[in-house]
Write a protein that binds this ligand. Sequence first.
Ligand code: IPE
Ligand code: IPE
Ligand code: MG
Ligand code: MG
Ligand code: MG
Length: 297
Amino acid sequence: MAATSRDDLDTYLAASRRLVDDALGSAVPGPGTPPPVLHEAMRHTLLLPGKRLRGILVLAACEACKGDPAAALPLACAAEMVHAASLILDDLPSMDNATLRRGKPALHRVVGEANAILAAVALLGAAFETARRAEALKERARGEAVSCLALAVGSEGMTAGQVLDLEASGRRLDLEALESMYAGKTAALFVAAARLGGIAAGAKARDLEALERYARSLGLAFQITDDLLDYSGNPATTGKDGGLDRERTTFVNLLGIDGARRLVDERIDGAIAALKPLGRRSARLAAFAAHVRDRER
Ligand code: IPE
Ligand code: IPE
Ligand code: MG
Ligand code: MG
Ligand code: MG
């Protein structure tokens, strides 16, 4: 597998983030569009500086399957819209009751709870429509993309994970239960993002399966690093509240910091190993996984 240096990856992440940011700005109606409160609310969370890791994963997976990342850009935007919707809902008083998101007040603190919920729903609608309209893709690939996103959002994906998360409040979970919660609330969208890239490239079933195995391990590792950052990260760097998970079951609370770190290493190694069928073309995805392991925000 060809190596991608840390500098190469940083340059790639910055360039890809810019591409996704520019495309997102015009993928949803402008701020004055009636009703202004709704469009401003959608744009608020969506356009604040997120890391865009799911969007970048779409582009990198497409490239790893010999596709044209420009053709996958609408799918990258769609993945980021679903992600932004999930953040808005996750922050609500009835869920994590967060105050800060992407360095600014959480959306419900800006536009009220009802408008925040409606903005999240509207972002999901915009995500499906953006994927369906991906003009460089064949009709069949667009259909697969919409259905891939719908599965990720649905009752066996992210929403299931959030329900398990809410049900776990005040209870101690075992490793297996925690892992299945994370598979839903976080890894489902990583899996969808990787598959979207493959779909845009017209990848074979074997390659899509490799991408899926990669993203499942990567998504789990990502959520464990998120738990580590909740425990010891700096809100000035992460842009969100710290310590919200202190009373809940997380991998940090179950395994301790060193144990959680070891599990991250294991999952990242597993993610990289899953790339084998893609050969040298997957070097960037391997570097992306190492970046998730080492991230500080
Ligand atoms: C936060 O995701 C939600 C989790 C699944 C932990 P990110 O840490 O990727 O958030 P942004 O997109 O950079 O704001
Ligand atoms: C969230 O997990 C998963 C989502 C899909 C939003 P967290 O609740 O740990 O995410 P953060 O820490 O608020 O970003
Ligand atoms: Mg949460
Ligand atoms: Mg949260
Ligand atoms: Mg968290």
